[in-house]
Design a protein around this ligand. Sequence first.
Ligand SMILES: Nc1ncnc2c1ncn2[C@@H]1O[C@H](COP(=O)(O)OP(=O)(O)OP(=O)(O)O)[C@@H](O)[C@H]1O
Length: 274
Amino acid sequence: MTRPTRPAVEISGARLSFGERTLWSGLDLQVRPGEFLAVLGPNGSGKTSLLRVLLGQQGLSAGTVRVAGHAPGGSNPNIGYIPQQRALEEGLTLRGTDLVGLGLDGHRWGTGLFGLSKRRRRIADALEAVGAESYANSPVGRLSGGEQQRLRVAQALIGDPEVLLCDEPLLSLDLAHQRVVSGLIDARRRAADTAVLFVTHEINPILSYVDRVLYLVNGEFRIGTPDEVMSSATLSELYRTHVEVLRVGGQIHVAGAQSALCEDESHHLTDQVS
Ligand SMILES: Nc1ncnc2c1ncn2[C@@H]1O[C@H](COP(=O)(O)OP(=O)(O)OP(=O)(O)O)[C@@H](O)[C@H]1O
């Protein structure tokens, strides 16, 4: 599919405040078609809120935003969304094919036989792309976290979105599944020029895919390549305390500012021993 040449996401002069508290302000960001942007920052820095703004679920306090050429809100079939990983209820009898088919809602499909068979084909292709064919007819509540997550990726990608918003899609997946899921997302943006905004606490599993980082801390932010943003100088400035960034074996390890970063430590240790 040919993508428009305009930015996939355009954010200008954006501010989001709740009462006295400003999560971010003066945010200007343009995300290109096919670009992979990682959104990083400690708990409560406003990463999920940014996705909610792009989805039209949260209004800005100031500024403007356009996603796939439109103001957010309504159902926008040009946006794919992978929500934060939550285990689906065990008793849920919905099958994988049904879950993935929900991703086609908002798209126009004929109701005749042709429309239905086209829809079935589309669902089968999406399931195949994430390697989920073997469990596509099982009740989703009985599947493992990794299997459920593959189905969510298929659901988000089935409409061939221009913009893919991912909220911690690797959370609670083991390393092998982290690689599979992040690899699928990367493959799609390369093949179809899909812009990816990927909220995460841990950059290492996706480091080789990331073009730019948006790092949010305490009302401040930096935008740049991983080398520009993930440096001792930049993070020390952002956290207003000494932070040491080490590159070891192609991975980034952040030390210091323990209280602000403590949740990252277990992930770093996991990665180090792998
Ligand atoms: N509608 C709202 N009204 C008031 N406060 C809100 C609202 N939505 C979010 N917040 C607050 O804004 C802050 C940022 O929340 P957000 O979920 O965006 O952070 P986050 O960076 O995604 O955090 P985490 O890493 O913990 O998921 C939190 O302190 C949250 O309580």
